[in-house]
Ligand binder design. Structure first.
Ligand SMILES: Nc1ncnc2c1ncn2[C@@H]1O[C@H](COP(=O)(O)OP(=O)(O)OP(=O)(O)O)[C@@H](O)[C@H]1O
Ligand SMILES: [Mg+2]
Length: 292
């Protein structure tokens, strides 16, 4: 079993500046962990039998013993977000997502989709209301606890955020290495993950040698190599043609099928239409269900 190195002498400090700045959200201020890294495998939480998404305000505790439901992965309770400049990005949003669910978030540009993901990731704080992720109310977490929580969330961005002068394998392995995983453990996780996204033959390529779809798949590999129970993907298909977009969605579905809760924002109505997953729409900050 490997342990996570203390922050004070962390490998994080020894990373080159370009790498550190790209990974800072994920790695900074982490001091200890009870994680025990193993080979790539799904989270241990039971797979949901079907998607369950609700909008009613909810106290995030399983209560109804007669109909057992998977635990909540995410709950937003009366959440509003107004930015300092007065932009009202989200208004009184209530949403529950259970472990093992797959949710699409759609809505026009500027409607609040990324803001919602940023609240889940703790990058922004709500002006009102409570955001609970994987059992923790984020408003109660201090800086270091928030960093620990972020380890349990994989994030995929539209613009990939890959480290330019590092190979595919290094891009994916850096997060694990900086968290103190041994070389052996990194290898045990890296190769199955690259295989899962179909990039085992591109491991030694640099990002500028890859297509957009391949770069996006590297970013997915990086997001899930630490086997997070929750994956957030903000417009992961936004820069891709329809074939690559479908491939990315297929990978996200595969991850969901092994138990990872997946939340995806997208403008792509076709992708949403051809899928049978629940869909919520955000419009002018208000959230409503299009499909449950
Ligand atoms: N850091 C910020 N400061 C001030 N206003 C912001 C900030 N980030 C977002 N906003 C505003 O909040 C609203 C919602 O933005 P958000 O990025 O969540 O939209 P979005 O649905 O993700 O849009 P897109 O589809 O274009 O990515 C917009 O009016 C935007 O201008
Ligand atoms: Mg956005």
């Amino acid at each position: 079993m490997t342990s996570v190195v203390p922050h004070s002498d962390s490998r994080y400090q020894r990373l080159p500046e370009d790498v550190r700045s790209l990974l800072s959200d994920r790695l900074q201020m982490v001091s200890t962990s009870t994680d025990s890294p193993t080979a790539f495998h799904p989270p241990t939480t039971p797979r949901a039998t079907g998607p369950r998404v609700a909008t009613a305000p909810h106290s995030p505790q399983p209560s109804d013993r007669s109909s057992p439901r998977p635990e909540l992965s995410v709950a937003l309770h009366n959440v509003s977000k107004t930015y300092r400049n007065g932009s009202r990005a989200l208004i009184n949003v209530n949403l529950q997502i259970h472990k093992g669910d797959f949710l699409f978030i759609t809505g026009p540009s500027g409607s609040g989709k990324s803001t919602l993901l940023k609240l889940l990731y703790g990058q922004e704080r709500p002006t009102e209301g409570i955001v609970t992720v994987e059992g923790s109310a984020l408003n109660r977490l201090k800086g270091n606890q928030l960093a620990m929580m972020r380890r349990r969330i994989g994030i995929v961005f539209q613009d990939y955020k890959l480290i330019p002068r590092r190979t595919v394998a290094e891009n994916v392995a850096f997060v694990l290495w900086a968290q103190g995983y041994t070389r052996k453990e990194i290898h045990r996780r890296l190769w199955p993950t690259l295989k899962m996204v179909g990039l085992q033959d591109k491991a030694q390529c640099f990002p500028n040698e890859l297509s957009g779809g391949e770069q996006q798949r590297v970013s997915i590999a990086r997001a899930v190599v630490g086997t997070p129970p929750l994956l957030l993907a903000d417009e992961p298909t936004g820069n891709l043609d329809s074939e690559n977009a479908l491939q990315v969605i297929k990978i996200l579905k595969k991850l969901n099928s092994i138990g990872i809760t997946v939340i995806v924002t997208t403008h792509n109505e076709h992708l949403v239409r051809v899928s049978n997953h629940p869909v919520v729409q955000i419009r002018n900050g208000y959230l409503r269900h299009l499909r449950r």
